[in-house]
Each structure stands twice: as structure tokens, then as C-alpha cells.
Design a protein around this ligand. Structure first.
Ligand code: SIN
Length: 303
């Protein structure tokens, strides 16, 4: 029997596929539907201290090999989102709920994390990686001191595991080591890649915000490189994310050093049964290669 189980801070993820932040995760109902559809866990939409509208339209454009978005962190704010979390907690019992948070300073992150935990989050994901929201996300990770303070302040405030989601910079391995040193329990890499598209006819950028983040198939080699480099620098678990479309993609991320995975854009290309399809393909490929347990694969590309 092929085993697709993996352990993440005491939670058994089966399969090791977690719904990534920003996809189908704004309400308890959509998250619940995905949770019951064979993901191992769920990351919420990134939530901030106050309601936020996000960037002007258009906010999402489909390109040949992925999606380009500049949502701009739209969210209802933590006060409103607590109700969704309470509802989700009641309907999803055994799977971890990971609360994603963003703020502009350490205290903001810490307050949000505490609220998320009080309303049923099993882990916290710090969004230090959104590539298109000035003063948030990747801006925080670009400043070592700020990044250190954010993580250590959250660590003082909550007892649940902290995951730091990093942008795909050339410095990702050093940043991951800094996150580990500051108290992060795991690293999520990568977020979307800062990118843009231009309409030749109108001679203008298409996104309302002009610049956004690219996700999907095209970014898999970037994600793999990041996981590979981060694995060499840290001893904490790595959750691989970026362009996982098939079971083969998922296993490649594990070979690079990921012990769990996040999927998002694939829901757009392969539909709501994506996790089942990817898990089935993982099993088939493992069976063909006579691999019984995922542990046999993790970080094998480093040997
Ligand atoms: C968004 O909501 O703007 C996307 C979040 C992210 O890129 O981290």
C-alpha cells in the first residue's frame, strides 16, 4: 500500500497537499468544501487588521502558463473573519487550519496571530511575500531587522507553530535561515513571482496595479530552486509551493527537500478535484518506481 502521509507538527497530512492562501479561502463554506475534498490542510486568505478593498480591476489575468494577479490583499479584516474561522473550525475537525496574516509592523502581526489562534487556527502563516502591496508582504521580508522582529514578536505571543512564507528572491536561503533563527517553525516557499503583462494594442499594462504576482506551471522551476537552496540552510520543515500541477510536480518538490506542499492555481486549470487527481498521480508514479513511503523521497535530490 502506497503511503501519502506526512507529519507536520504532529498533524498527519494525508495527502500532503495543503490549500494555499488566496484561493477559494475567503469564506468558511468554500474552505470547508475544499477541506472535504482531500486536501491535508487549509491556509486561509491573508487577513489584516482592518477591512481592505485591494487593488483596482483588473486584478487577475490568465497567461499561457499561469495566472497573474494583483489582488492587493483584499480581505474583510480580522473582526469579520473571526466568524468564518469559528464556522470553519466546527466543520473541519482533524485537518489543520493555518491562519495567514499580514500587517505593516510586528505588533500588528502578533495581534492578528493571537486572534487567529483564539479562533481555531492550528498554525500561523506569516505573509512576508506578497509581491505587489507596498509596505506589506515582500517589503517586510526585504528588511532583515523588521523580519526578525515580526517573527520573534509573534513567537512571544502564540504557542502554535509559525510558518514564514517567503518571496522567491536570490536571497531566499539566507532569509529562511534568518526566519529559523528568529523563531519560525517552518518555511513556505514560494509566493508568486513579481511580474507584469502589457497589452500590445492599447500599449498599456493590463493589471489595474500594473505589477502583480505570477503563479502556476511557469514558476515551478523557480519554486524548486528555492526549496532546494533553502533545504541546504535550515533544519525546519519546508512546505513547497509554486506551479504544482501534477503528481510528478509534487514529488519533484519533495525530492528538492519539501516535506509538505501547497497548491492553489491548479484549481483554476484542473478544477475542484485537483487534490484527488494530484494524489492519485503521486501514488501511480510511486508504485511504478516501487517507492512505498514519501519519506524515501524527501531531499533525495541532495544526495
Ligand atoms: C493578494 O491577496 O493580493 C495575494 C496575496 C499574496 O500574493 O500574498
Amino acid at each position: 500500500m502506497i503511503e501519502l502521509k506526512t507529519d507536520l507538527f504532529g498533524f498527519v497530512l494525508d495527502p500532503p497537499l495543503i490549500l494555499a492562501s488566496g484561493i477559494l479561502d475567503q469564506t468558511a463554506r468554500t474552505m470547508e468544501r475544499i477541506a472535504n475534498n482531500e486536501v491535508g490542510g487549509i491556509v486561509t486568505k491573508s487577513i489584516g487588521e482592518e477591512p481592505r478593498e485591494g487593488h483596482p480591476n483588473p486584478t487577475v489575468v490568465e497567461l499561457e502558463n499561469g495566472l497573474l494577479n494583483a489582488m492587493g490583499l483584499p480581505n474583510p479584516g480580522i473582526e469579520d473573519f473571526k466568524t468564518e474561522l469559528d464556522e470553519l473550525r466546527q466543520s473541519v475537525e482533524r485537518k489543520p487550519i493555518i491562519g495567514s496574516v499580514f500587517a505593516s509592523d510586528p505588533e500588528g502581526f502578533a495581534e492578528l496571530a493571537q486572534n487567529m489562534v483564539e479562533h481555531g487556527s492550528d498554525m500561523i502563516e506569516l505573509n512576508l511575500s506578497c509581491p505587489h502591496a507596498e509596505g506589506y508582504g515582500a517589503s517586510i521580508a526585504s528588511d532583515d531587522e523588521m523580519m526578525r522582529e515580526v517573527i520573534s514578536r509573534v513567537k512571544e505571543k502564540i504557542e502554535k507553530p509559525i510558518l514564514t512564507k517567503l518571496p522567491p528572491s536570490t536571497e531566499i536561503a539566507r532569509k529562511a535561515a534568518l526566519a529559523e533563527e528568529s523563531g519560525s517553525d517552518g518555511i513556505v516557499c514560494i509566493n508568486t513571482v513579481r511580474a507584469m503583462t502589457i497589452n500590445f494594442e492599447t500599449q498599456e499594462p493590463i493589471l489595474g496595479n500594473k505589477i502583480g504576482g505570477y503563479s502556476g506551471k511557469a514558476i515551478k522551476p523557480i519554486g524548486l530552486r528555492c526549496v532546494f537552496e533553502v533545504y541546504r540552510e535550515v533544519d525546519i520543515p519546508i512546505i513547497g509551493c509554486g506551479g504544482i500541477n501534477t503528481g510528478r510536480d509534487a514529488l519533484e518538490y519533495m525530492l528538492a527537500g519539501a516535506s509538505a506542499l501547497q497548491i492553489g492555481t491548479v484549481f483554476h486549470t484542473r478544477g475542484k478535484k485537483s487534490p484527488n487527481k494530484i494524489a492519485q498521480e503521486m501514488k501511480e508514479l510511486m508504485e511504478k518506481e516501487k517507492i512505498e513511503d514519501l519519506k524515501e523521497l524527501i531531499a533525495e535530490a541532495h544526495k
